[in-house]
Design a protein. Sequence first.
Length: 431
Amino acid sequence: MISCKSNKKYSFLLALLFSFLTVFSSFAQGEQASVSQDGVTAGAAGPDVQAGGTLFKNNCASCHAINEKVVGPALRDIHKKHKLPWLISWIRNSSKMVQSGDKQAVQIFNEYDKQQMPSFAFSDEEITSIVKYIEAESAAPVATTAPTGGNANDQTAQAATDGPGGESIGDAGKYLNFILIALIVLLIVMVITLLIIANLMKDYLRGKKDLEGNDIELVEQRWDFSKVYKSRAVQVIAGLIFFCVLLDIAIEETYGVGLSQGYQPRQPIAFSHKLHAGEHQINCNYCHTSVYKSASANIPSANICMNCHSQIKKDSPEIQKIYSAIEKNKPIEWVRVHNLPDFSYFNHSQHTKVGGIECQTCHGPIESMNVVYQYSPLTMGWCINCHRETPLNTEGNKYYDNLVKLHDEANKGAAFTVASNGGAECSKCHY
């Protein structure tokens, strides 16, 4: 006789299988998340390295790289060159260390043309996590890739499988995604199959005449779902969850109004900054000719492109679009990526020429982007915070002599920043 105890076995097997697949799926997702964009495995690196990597990418990567000099020095093995307390003081306020006469700080300051590194209001734990991230990256072997040619169209075609800035997703992530999807489909099929088998067994057992009382009760029992959704407690909990989800969405959307960070529009011509500014190291000023002398940075005209492409890659489909625009005497309709509100005044040359701000400070690692995206939030708080932390270079400018003296008398030990010179006043940007 097939008793309902068999049905219990099927339920037990179903629960066991579901638990196994759930654990395996979680493991697969964890492994995929652990493959970071810079090749550091989170499982091996630990949460401190993960947090340090996030801080590094958001605050340091625009001026520093691990294995090469960008705006500042390469940071490989920096933990071996300097002690942690020194690194904490340097990152938190490099200007103060230079002014104090620290030999290492002064040497770095002079080596890099007296360009002051911004101060960062990080805690000791946050700076330590950044150093741990650099240490983990320094332990990894240096990847060497042969330079590849190709036109802008080739670079942008590759960007279809890349993230913002051209960062590769990686084959490991693709395989894990495929395995996870396959497991989910398999789980659904097995659950449906087991439910069908369970129903067939119930139908079979209902026709048996020699069932015991407990078996008959188990076969005939029905789960009353109405008791669940009619329960007052369940209704209250569901309502609270629904309300919290709606409130979270509303708050997130409200804070995101006017914020375009990560905006990456498709351009009419597939132009790759990674190819031009990165591999070929063409200076930004060559194409954007007004960045150091105008209030706004210009978009290069087609004749600048023709300085090179009248001879190079003339048959490329993307270059042919430039020829077509010239023949029709029509401008190339580039899509604007960085766009400040009309009520905000921003002078590009004041930052690049007078302030000596590098392009990567605001635009991020532009030399590694196949398709340009908005790297910084460009919010008012972000700008004001930069003004508060960026020291003003007054060396050799007698205009500031008395002002700096008065500031030092009133604020002993505090750096003379852009905000100290009125850079945080409303009328500076809104008038």
